[in-house]
Design a protein around this ligand. Structure first.
Ligand code: HEM
Ligand code: NAG
Ligand code: NAG
Ligand code: NAG
Ligand code: NAG
Length: 580
């Protein structure tokens, strides 16, 4: 009876209304009294809704994200000129600062602390959070909007996310891109459910190449050769591959029954899952050992430790360059030629450092990229033949895998109905996790990233079926959840996903890349990378070099499928060699 009584008559926590706008902080005072702290937001008033004078001016001149995106992805002639002038640097600096400014640094909240605390700052086992969790004592799971219960996650995924027929990414992304995405991000997305939800095993919170070297010193020492800075390896038909776990005894996650002599020892323990990940692991292993040789030649006096440590910094630098100049370039579709140049930020108030956010991990669940089967060198491999199959990597070899993955289209991530049944349970898991962790509604994140909240499901999606079903399932657009929102939002014309994925993903991504210590003024200099020879490697790294400096023949390698013209060209030159 007392419980009933309190439920009937207790007042609702006023912060459940999510009343504070424009990054204002909701602080509860009495049962039903709250205050918004609007300090440094550029707004004032009870709910931080009234703009200050300069905010108004700023807003008047600020173009909408969709307009900026349109300009950046059109007018080729204009960009051809800009690319080769000082304007390229100015715009690149603007991209970096505008995006990074959306990410608090030092970080703020986490899954346990919805207010600032030393523990949230200091304990790096937590993912950070951009927006605090929805308070626990609210009338509905998302505050006050929507219904008592949320839609069944299995139903949601089945009806809206599961693939009907494969829809390729209109931007032309291929499997080389998809596996790069997965390989690269799994150095900093390592959810550690054994510790609890909202925890991570990747304590460096960024691009530390822990997927190559392991996320702790003990593992790193097992993976190292302890000679010339190199990593352990095995030779198969004269080609370098990761060692087996017999030679490098580290824990790898394989299903039971796979004998140790077939288990490859890799920095990231889950990379036995897919030959695409084994392929990138092999490429980076070869690259590490190749760079070690170059550094040793330049510094004959250096010991194993210094060769290893310096090579690791070079590998991190190469990674960041490839990610910005090729991976993000491809993903963005921008005609502005992106540039990895840390000096662009040396005169701004940019903070070096990064903390991976839970929202970033949720957002990066790009499983629709995965195709229905894998085409390699004339064979078609089904999922059961591909997953955890330890012989695919060495059976085909790196060249054939790179060539095959570079030619096979990946799926469009946004727009719904494009996730292979093999991975739908991962999406169910993401939705369940987001509920346990009380992630705020999609529209609250839209506002946090200066985007207009959607006013209806029809506004959100132009697919009649998706809009109707979401309306039935959620009832209120303000109760739509974060992850389904990102995956189901209408895509931009001809693009891999919608506005929100880009506008929310890019800030996390660029902050993580440029916040790396190697980008700071005391690190970004030749001596950090073993002198000019190492700095040059960082400054000229490309995906193509990563592959072709580490293979005997150079296959077709790119983040997008070849164009008709490229294929025609290849056939022509093949014809010519045949004639010879
Ligand atoms: C056939 C291919 C794939 C399979 C079988 C697969 C499977 C999985 C599984 C089982 C999990 C763990 C889920 C959980 O613990 O609840 C996971 C997590 C994840 N996957 Fe995939 N995945 C695949 C491809 C991809 C790709 C291409 C991406 C692209 C970026 C991706 C991104 C992620 C992310 C970001 C996580 C969260 C990781 C973490 O927080 O630890 N996955 N995936
Ligand atoms: C502030 O937000 C609360 C909760 O949403 C609302 O009831 C109140 O009317 C708002 N105050 C003003 C001045 O808009
Ligand atoms: C400018 O960059 C874009 C994107 O990389 C590219 O398509 C275009 O050809 C470049 N133009 C010049 C002159 O470099
Ligand atoms: C971080 O917090 C978790 C959960 O409270 C705790 O188990 C762990 O020991 C903390 N880590 C450190 C380094 O204090
Ligand atoms: C593993 O891959 C090899 C080489 O492609 C293939 O012949 C074999 O059938 C696959 N194994 C399984 C269990 O599917």
């Amino acid at each position: 009876l007392p419980l009933c009584f309190s439920l009937l008559f207790s007042t609702v926590n006023p912060c459940c209304y999510i009343p504070c706008q424009h990054w204002g902080v909701c602080v509860r005072y009495a049962e039903n009294k709250y205050e918004c702290d609007c300090t440094h937001t550029g707004y004032y008033g009870e709910n931080c809704t009234i703009p200050e004078f300069w905010t108004r001016v700023h807003h008047f001149f600020k173009p909408s994200p969709n307009v900026v995106h349109y300009i950046l992805t059109h007018f080729r002639l204009l960009w051809d000129i800009i690319n080769s002038t000082f304007l390229r640097d100015i715009l690149m600096r603007l991209v970096l600062t505008v995006r990074s400014n959306l990410i608090p640094s030092p970080p703020t909240f986490n899954s346990k602390y919805s207010y600032l605390s030393w523990e949230a700052y200091y304990n790096v086992s937590y993912y950070t959070r951009l927006l605090p969790p929805v308070p626990k004592d609210c009338p509905t799971p998302l505050g006050v909007k929507g219904q008592d219960g949320l839609p069944d996650p299995e139903l949601l995924v089945e009806k809206l996310l599961k693939r009907r027929t494969f829809r390729p990414d209109p931007q032309g992304s291929n499997l080389m891109f998809a596996f790069f995405a997965q390989h690269f991000t799994h150095q900093f997305f390592k959810t550690y459910n054994r510790m609890g939800v909202g925890f991570t095993k990747a304590l460096a919170h960024g691009v530390d190449a822990g997927h190559i070297y392991g996320d702790n010193l003990e593992r790193q020492l097992q993976l190292r050769l302890h000679k010339d800075g190199k990593l352990k390896y095995q030779l198969i038909d004269g080609d370098m591959y990761p060692p087996t776990v017999i030679d490098a005894p580290v824990k790898m996650s394989y299903p039971p029954g796979i004998p140790p002599e077939h288990q490859l020892a890799i920095g990231q323990e889950v990379f036995g899952l897919l030959p695409g990940l084994g392929m990138y692991a092999t490429l980076w292993l070869r690259e590490h050992n190749r760079v070690c040789d170059i550094l040793k030649a330049a510094h004959p006096t250096w010991d194993d430790e210094q060769l290893f440590q310096t090579t690791r910094l070079i590998i991190i630098g190469e990674t960041i360059r490839i990610v910005i100049e090729e991976y993000v370039q491809h993903l963005s579709g921008y005609m502005l030629q992106l540039k990895f140049d840390p000096t662009l930020l040396f005169k701004s108030s940019f903070q070096y450092g990064n903390r991976i956010a839970l929202e970033f991990s949720q957002l990066y669940h790009w499983h629709p990229l995965m195709p229905d089967s894998f085409f390699i060198s004339g064979d078609e491999l089904t999922y059961p033949q591909f997953l955890f199959n330890t012989s695919v990597l060495t059976h085909y070899g790196i060249e054939k895998l790179v060539d095959a993955f570079s030619r096979q289209p990946a799926g469009q991530v946004g727009g719904g109905h494009n996730m292979n049944a093999v991975v739908t349970r991962v999406a169910v898991g993401a939705i369940k996790e987001s509920r346990q962790l009380r992630i705020q509604p999609f529209n609250e994140y839209r506002k946090r990233f200066n985007l207009r909240p959607y006013t209806s499901f029809r506004d959100f999606s132009d697919d009649e079926e998706i809009a109707t079903q979401l309306e039935e399932l959620y009832g209120d657009i303000d109760a739509l959840e974060f992850y389904p929102g990102l995956m189901l939002e209408k895509t931009r014309p001809g693009a891999i996903f919608g506005e929100s994925m880009v506008e929310m993903g890019a800030p996390f991504s660029l902050k993580g890349l440029l916040g790396n210590p190697i980008c700071s003024p005391d690190y970004w200099k030749p001596s950090t990378f073993g002198g000019k020879v190492g700095f040059d490697i960082v400054n000229s790294a490309t995906l193509k070099k990563l592959v072709c400096l580490n293979t005997k023949t150079c296959p077709y390698v790119a983040f997008r499928v070849p164009t008709e013209a490229q294929i025609q060209n290849e056939e022509d030159s093949k014809g010519r060699t045949d004639e010879l």
